[in-house]
Design a protein around this ligand. Structure first.
Ligand code: URA
Length: 276
């Protein structure tokens, strides 16, 4: 009997799924493949776009001189797992999700940027990696870089906990088209609101948990396109603003990482900037 040889992707090695392009060390991860065009349009001239199997899209280029790349992850943790796994295996060390989100707090407005530094793990993917008590936490350096980027660009932003679900409708306490509604849905959202959770998304906790396990840095910014208290649903340009925040954060991290190398330090600390 002949045994089919496993591909690199199947065996957990470095797959060729995303080609042989030189992606650099920092990857932006939008969910929507169309956002690759938005991102590449904000970078320096000459960005190269790539299309892959199953609708994944990518771009490589430079932003204000810094090497940058973006890879779309599709919707949900299972779709994000493959690019995160493959690029971490290739040696990429920093991943920034640039997404959209639904706000659940009154003080958050449509179009605001939310920088999640941790997420409640209601995704399904991270549960298949590690016990529920393991935290879904962002890299403090990536989070700081996102905050600095939003400050520099003058965009309204919030920092805090998100909640990542494996479902857009029932999982985020929405009624379905036929009226199906979990009896405890409203209560679940109220519990999250009281616990100061800012927003719902569908990828954050999978990214943060798997990144920790793979030993790479991850962070996340998302624009508010839905408001669960007012019932609004639209994009006022927040998606473009979030893409810019992600690109600026890569520029900032590139600088911080080079300062760390010069000083022989593992972590960036704010006093580096003061003594520069
Ligand atoms: N993404 C989500 O996961 N939920 C929303 O409400 C909007 C965007």
């Amino acid at each position: 009997m002949s045994v089919k040889k496993m591909s690199a992707a199947e065996s957990g090695g470095v797959s060729k799924r995303f080609g042989n392009e030189e992606y650099g060390d920092y990857i932006l991860m939008p969910g929507d493949p169309q956002r690759i065009d938005t991102m590449a349009g904000q970078w320096d001239q000459g960005a190269k776009k790539l299309d892959f199997h199953r609708g994944y899209r990518a771009a490589v280029g430079r932003y204000q001189g810094a090497k940058i790349a973006a890879v779309s992850t599709g919707m949900g943790g299972p779709n994000l797992e493959s690019p995160l796994h493959d690029f971490a295996a290739k040696g990429v060390h920093t991943f920034i999700r640039v997404g959209t989100t639904g706000a659940i707090q009154e003080h958050v407005n449509m179009g605001d940027i939310i920088i999640n530094d941790a997420c409640v793990r209601l995704d399904g993917t991270s549960k298949q990696y590690v016990r529920d008590e393991f935290p879904a936490a962002a890299s403090f350096e990536v989070t700081m870089a996102l905050v600095q980027a939003a400050e520099k660009l003058g965009f309204r932003y919030h920092v805090g906990t998100g909640c990542t679900t494996a479902s857009f409708f029932a999982g985020q306490s929405r009624s379905c088209f036929n009226g199906y509604n979990r009896p405890y849905a409203e209560l679940e959202m109220r519990e999250l609101q009281q616990a100061q959770v800012l927003n719902y998304d569908m990828e954050g906790s999978a990214l943060f948990t798997l990144a920790r396990i793979f030993g790479v840095r991850a962070g996340m910014c998302a624009s508010v396109i839905a408001h669960r208290i007012t019932g609004e649903y639209f994009d006022d340009g927040g998606i473009e603003r979030a893409c810019l925040v992600g690109a600026e954060a890569v520029h900032i991290l590139t600088d911080w990482d080079s300062q760390k190398r010069v000083r022989g330090k593992q972590y960036y600390v704010p006093s580096f900037s003061v003594s520069k």
